[in-house]
Design a protein around this ligand. Structure first.
Ligand SMILES: [Zn+2]
Length: 68
């Protein structure tokens, strides 16, 4: 757990494809952007949780490579 990359959230889907949501800090806000589909969202709170929700809902990507 010591090497968490706070600038992105990556998950694998059922087909083993990796989907990445990048977390960019701009001032007090954080902006999320999905590499796969271009989805964007401003997430003032818990941006990593929002990223995980998007990956699960939009791409059925729920496998955390860091936990493998
Ligand atoms: Zn997406």
């Amino acid at each position: 757990m010591s090497q968490i990359d706070r600038s992105k959230v990556s998950r694998w889907d059922l087909h083993g494809r990796e989907h990445v949501v990048r977390v960019r800090r701009s001032g007090a806000r954080r902006t999320l952007r999905c590499d796969t589909c271009g989805w964007r969202r401003v997430a003032p709170f818990l941006p990593w949780l929002r990223a995980q929700e998007h990956l699960a809902d939009a791409h059925q990507a729920t496998v955390n490579p860091a936990a493998a």
